[in-house]
Design a binder for this molecule. Structure first.
Ligand code: UD1
Ligand code: CA
Length: 457
């Protein structure tokens, strides 16, 4: 029979060694708070309840990581990991299994936890790991027949116990029915004067409940974050996992070590990604998309066959098929490019729709605009969409040719087939199929002399 599962995430600790005002569990890994990673993994187990024990950093924590399925419990003061679980107890189902996770151990995988939960209806299951350097961790002490006999914190350990390399990761699954009884028996007669969750081991054994250990499938799953160095290390492990999965799915990465995915990246077939690209939020790349070096894409969809040239920034936009964007382009929120659009270097597009085959190849700003099909926007063209108080729209219809260095002062419409002479300031609508030009006529002054340096006077 499926066990009722309750998950308790311990997240009240301070994290002194982060040297930050931000509570430790809110520091981001792959753009998302550490605690949110643990919460997402907990959710994957489909538990009856998720309880988060918070304390240090106060309401910042529940504000930053929330959801109708999360039950926050405040622990104040913070008297240890056992005390923390005790705070959650009144909110837990008294039957089934209680799984204890740590808000600062973000890479733990659901598969590892599922295996533990399956066994925890009758036993206490502790997740342990063999470390080359066990310093700082609680050590797993076994009896002569190899069964877990105790977990001893480093500060309470003897010289011999400190040499043990098997450590407690902190993650533990317990039969819920016994929890209340054991928690009332916890004491703080130890080196740190804290109520240790690890003492549940000896209480279980005294109650004739077996304690078994499990190892994570991957050693890095149990790594915790106590410092910025460890956070950086975990970020690299996480990114390496993401890159490996993309490679396995057939995505070409110029260098899997130089890619950062901070969200969800979905790729079609034959996608190529050059070095130093960052993907944030939800990004979808269709078949044959190529992303040049040093691009940042955020919440963006890119159509099949499109090439994003190096040093391009795109956020909250939809790029059609067979487009060419960049190098050095900036595509801002609310932009939609149809197919075969060319946006070149130093072109900024904001909240605009651009029709098929239209081009803005150099140095332009297109904001709050609707641009039709087969339009050519000359170099140096800008839409003056802001009058200092409000934003106005520019409409450029199909087959328009905008000469270089044009200012389109919105609200304004350039009708189908119109040509705007270079250097024009367009303040009124331009009629279809005509040349509209607003620059001063060119004059040349005969006999004019350029002033000389060091001349008379
Ligand atoms: C704990 C374990 C240790 C294990 C190590 C793994 C105990 C007594 N020791 O030690 O065996 O090797 O984790 O990293 O359990 N927390 C609270 N409230 C508290 C204290 C802690 O919520 O009052 C939370 C922290 O936010 C953190 C977790 O519990 O997420 C672990 O706390 P921490 O102080 O880091 O425990 P360790 O001393 O490292
Ligand atoms: Ca710790």
């Amino acid at each position: 029979m499926e066990q009722t599962l309750n998950v308790v995430i311990l997240a009240a600790g301070q994290g002194k060694r982060m040297f930050s005002r931000l509570p430790k569990v809110l520091h981001p890994l792959a753009g998302k708070p550490l605690l949110a990673h643990v919460v997402d993994t907990a959710r994957a187990l489909k538990p009856a309840r998720i309880c988060v024990v918070y304390g240090h950093g106060g309401e910042q924590v529940p504000r930053a990581v929330n959801g109708a399925d999360l039950h926050y419990v405040k622990q104040e003061p913070q008297l240890g990991t056992g005390h923390a679980l005790g705070q959650a107890l009144p909110h837990l189902d008294p039957s089934g299994v209680t799984l204890v996770l740590y808000g600062d151990v973000p890479l733990i995988r659901a598969a590892t936890l599922r295996a533990m939960v399956d066994e925890a209806a009758k036993h206490v299951v502790v997740l342990t790991a063999e470390l080359d350097d066990p310093a700082g961790y609680g050590r797993v002490v076994r009896n002569r027949s190899g069964a877990v006999a105790a977990i001893i914190e480093e500060k309470d350990a003897t010289e011999t116990q400190r040499k043990l390399r098997e450590v407690n990761t902190g993650i533990m699954a317990l039969p819920a029915a016994k929890l209340g009884k054991w928690l009332t028996k916890l004491d703080n007669a130890n080196a740190q004067g804290e109520y240790y969750l690890t003492d549940m081991v000896k209480l279980a054994l005294a109650d004739r409940v077996r304690v078994v250990s499990r190892a994570p499938q991957e050693a890095w799953e149990a790594l915790g974050v106590n410092s910025k160095a460890q956070l950086a290390q975990l970020e690299r492990i996480y990114q390496w996992q993401r890159a490996s999965r993309l490679l396995e799915a057939g995505v070409s990465l110029a260098d899997p070590m130089r890619l950062d995915v901070r969200g969800e990246l979905t790729c079609g077939t034959d996608v190529h990604i050059d070095v130093n690209c960052v993907f944030e939020g939800e990004v979808r790349l269709a078949d044959r998309v190529e992303i040049g070096a040093n691009c940042v894409l955020c919440n963006t969809e890119v159509g099949a066959g499109t090439r994003i040239e190096p040093f391009t920034l795109i956020s909250d936009a939809r790029i059609g098929a067979n487009c060419r964007v960049g190098p050095y382009a900036r595509i801002r929120p609310g932009t939609r490019l149809a197919e075969e659009v060319h946006i070149g270097n130093f072109v900024e597009v904001k909240a605009s729709e651009i029709g098929a085959r239209s081009k803005a190849n150099h140095l332009a700003y297109i904001g709050d605009s609707v641009v039709g099909r087969d339009v050519n926007v000359g170099a140096g063209t800008i839409t003056c969409n802001y009058d200092g108080a409000s934003k106005h729209r520019t409409v450029i219809e199909d087959d328009v040719f905008i000469g270089s260095d044009t200012q389109l002062v919105a609200p304004v419409t350039v009708h189908r087939g119109a040509t705007i002479g270079a250097g024009s300031t367009v303040t009124r609508d331009a009629p279809p199929d005509q040349l509209t030009i607003s620059r001063a006529r060119q004059v040349s002054i005969a006999g004019w002399k350029r002033p000389k340096k060091g001349g008379e006077g």
